[in-house]
Design a protein around this ligand. Structure first.
Ligand SMILES: NC(=O)c1ccc[n+]([C@@H]2O[C@H](COP(=O)([O-])OP(=O)(O)OC[C@H]3O[C@@H](n4cnc5c(N)ncnc54)[C@H](OP(=O)(O)O)[C@@H]3O)[C@@H](O)[C@H]2O)c1
Length: 245
């Protein structure tokens, strides 16, 4: 198992949802995990529960990101921190939604990779797990969020080529709807209450399990992409709407 080759992991966005479940799973698998997010109290609780090392960091602070992540020896990077804003309507979105989404999902994502990868390359050992989305694979009527996750998709694919010959594996995980704090952050608590529970959605643990599969696969196997969606949800399609003129 490749898991035996890995000793350390770094999970961003570890204070909630998919990141939190992934910290639990990787700690259980025996890795020494650093858990990154902004909410210190959440991280402290998770650290107490799992033995992970908490790291309070705003990934949009680029200088702080390089100072904190650059010196770490990371075998498995789960670049998970992300959010959705301005998802209801692009035309009505606050212009600030564009900046926050791109700053977090694209710019901070790339800087996280850039901070951690030189160490992996030096050691000829590493696994990057990028958390994309079905929104990066199919049009879901979310130009800002979909655009940001489309960037994660092509960044992951380009990275796999860029790192060929280094022994570093790159996996992109593309989940469908997962019950997390994502919708509350995107559209408020009321929207989250209306969104979740109408069908059997994915749980964060389901995604963590997929990550564990990719990381634990034999070294010769690079699980390049996992698309994981609820059984009761399908993606893609076509829309015809007559326009009054
Ligand atoms: N939920 C879904 O249906 C779904 C589907 C597909 C893909 N995804 C993707 O899955 C990933 C995790 O989302 P989730 O659903 O688990 O959402 P979540 O429950 O809202 O968790 C998001 C995490 O990102 C962290 N974060 C956000 N901005 C940050 C920043 N500037 N610096 C450090 N940490 C930051 C948050 O921590 P703090 O606020 O404490 O900093 C939190 O831990 C995201 O990339 C999301 O796009 C989610």
């Amino acid at each position: 198992m490749a898991m035996d080759d890995y000793g350390t992991a770094l999970v961003t966005g570890a204070s909630a949802g998919i990141g939190q479940a992934t910290v639990r799973a990787l700690c259980k698998a025996g890795l020494a995990v650093t858990a990154v997010a902004r909410r210190a109290e959440r991280l402290e609780e998770l650290a107490e529960e799992t033995g992970a090392t908490p790291m309070v960091l705003d990934l949009c602070d680029t200088d702080a990101l390089y100072a904190a992540l650059g010196p770490l020896e990371v075998d498995v990077l789960v670049a998970n921190a992300g959010l959705g804003r301005g998802m209801a309507s692009f035309v009505d979105a606050d212009p600030g939604d564009i900046d926050l989404t791109i700053d977090t999902n694209v710019t901070a994502f790339l800087h996280t990779l850039r901070a951690v990868l030189p160490g992996m390359r030096e050691r000829n050992r590493g696994h990057v797990v990028a958390i994309g989305s079905v929104a990066g694979l199919y049009p879901l009527q979310s130009p800002i969020y979909g655009g940001s996750k489309g960037a994660v998709r092509l960044a992951s694919q380009n990275l796999r080529l860029d790192l060929a010959g280094t022994g570093i594996r790159v996996t992109e995980i593309c989940p469908g709807r997962v019950v997390t704090e994502f919708v509350a952050g995107a559209a408020g608590e009321e929207a989250a209450r209306r969104t979740y529970g109408s069908f059997d959605e994915l749980q964060p643990e389901d995604v963590a399990e997929a990550i564990l599969y990719a990381v634990g696969a034999p070294w010769r196997v690079n699980v390049s992409t996992i698309e994981i969606v609820p059984t009761e949800q399908a993606f893609g399609g076509i829309k015809f709407t007559a326009v009054e003129r």
